[in-house]
Design a protein around this ligand. Structure first.
Ligand code: SAM
Ligand code: SF4
Ligand code: SF4
Length: 386
């Protein structure tokens, strides 16, 4: 437990933000935006990815995300009636797709805690993109329930998974999840996902200086030549509760340097526009990239902002649309849905909201949030999903 966590008192109601009003233009009949595809925000960024948080609950208490001191037994999680139902999620997803979304990621909290999640996967898998292709559907999980659920998720139409894993050393891993969960069970989950055909699997490791940097090389060794892509994520100042300090961020450049001391790497091209990870391939004996050895990714959210290509919208567990991971507030699509809005109304609202988007928090980070550790009212990652 860090000092900042023991001294920090944050009123619970601050964590549940108020909504933003719908853009005025969305309510004007002469300015309707129809569901006819491509949208651009104020910085010419298209809408391509939708992340959907299906629960605000989690069985882990990773200190960088849901610290125990805040997310204790008395934490006021959402009631079931407040969550979007699977039908509501699917209906909204259809309108996002009509505006160009091609990829959906289910997240949370821990998405596998949502009962019958495979039913949602099945409903989403039946949708088609604007050009008639199946959606790219994936899920980010802590892996704890994957061994039990991988086969059913695959059968429902899930294509692949990303598993979060912050180290291989059991003591380090148990301390980081802060609920004493053994690493062997997550590794078994990864094996089950592989056996079920949920690939290519990505493994996400958040690197926190002073906590798990000694796990970088063991993780690299373990996942090299495994067919899985290990990605190192810089510890971010998301939410308002994790007591973030810049000196706990390990820049991706250092991660790459550390791996290079033992396993030579070659920079690779981005595989698609808007990709958040910089790719590095393992070099073979001839010094060239060897696809058999695979690649790693580094996600430098803090040291190298990628807002200029950020094409993601986030739908919170209770149906708030967030335009940035660091936004203070979202737009209440659930209220719109439940007030009897038609599909065209929903598409119109989404269109106007996206067109008004100007968020670029990471680019502005140093000006907005100096490293003071001062509480900032921002939405929690467990609520809008990572
Ligand atoms: N519970 C699932 C999991 O852990 O994979 C899904 C939700 S979690 C919020 C999504 C991702 O966000 C995880 O890979 C997690 O490691 C990452 N994450 C959470 N807090 C973070 C932080 N402060 N900085 C960087 N990544 C963070
Ligand atoms: Fe739970 Fe994922 Fe957050 Fe860890 S990172 S507390 S597993 S939601
Ligand atoms: Fe996108 Fe916001 Fe992250 Fe920038 S800070 S990359 S706009 S989510």
């Amino acid at each position: 437990m860090t000092e900042s966590h023991t001294h920090r008192v944050i009123p619970l109601q601050d964590l549940r933000p108020l909504s933003l009003p719908l853009p005025v233009a969305a309510q004007q009949p002469g300015q309707r935006i129809s569901a006819n595809g491509l949208l651009a925000d104020t910085r010419a960024r298209a809408l391509h990815d939708l992340r959907i948080s299906v629960t605000d609950r989690c069985n882990f208490r990773c200190n960088y995300c849901m610290p125990k001191e805040i997310f204790g037994t008395d934490y006021p999680y959402l009631r079931h009636a407040d969550l979007l139902s699977f039908e509501e999620i699917t209906r909204l997803a259809r309108q996002f797709i009509a505006h160009g979304v091609q990829k959906i990621r289910l997240t949370g909290g821990e998405p596998l805690l949502r009962k019958h999640l495979e039913q949602l996967v099945e409903q989403l898998a039946a949708l088609r993109t604007l050009d008639g292709q199946p959606l790219d559907i994936t899920l980010t999980t802590n892996g704890s329930l994957l061994a039990r659920k991988a086969a059913a998720l695959k059968a429902a139409g899930l294509q692949r998974v990303t598993v979060s894993l912050d180290g291989l050393d059991d003591a380090v891993f148990r301390a980081m999840n802060d609920v004493d969960f053994p690493v062997a069970d997550v590794l078994a989950g990864i094996d089950a996902a592989r056996a079920a055909g949920l690939g290519p699997i990505k493994i996400n490791m958040v690197v926190k200086r002073g906590t798990n940097e000694q796990e970088i090389l063991p993780m690299a060794r373990r996942f090299r030549a495994s067919g899985m892509v290990l990605r190192f994520i810089e510890y971010m100042d998301v939410g308002a509760t994790n007591g973030w300090r810049m000196n706990e961020v390990m820049p991706s450049s250092e991660v790459v340097q550390q791996i290079q001391t033992e396993l030579p790497l070659i920079p690779l091209q981005a595989s698609q526009p808007g990709e958040t990870a910089q790719r590095w391939g393992y070099a073979g004996a001839d010094g060239q990239y060897d696809p058999g050895l695979g690649e790693i990714g580094v996600i430098s959210s803090v040291t190298q902002a990628f807002c200029h290509s950020c094409n993601r919208a986030r739908l919170s567990t209770e149906g708030q649309l967030y335009l940035c991971l660091f936004a203070e507030k979202g737009y209440d699509l659930r209220q719109l849905l439940r007030s009897g809005a038609s599909d065209a109304d929903l598409a119109n609202a989404i269109g106007h909201i996206w067109q008004g988007r100007s968020d670029r928090y990471s680019e502005l980070r140093s000006a907005l949030a100096p490293d003071t550790g001062a509480p900032i009212k921002r939405v929690e990652m467990s609520y809008i999903g990572g």
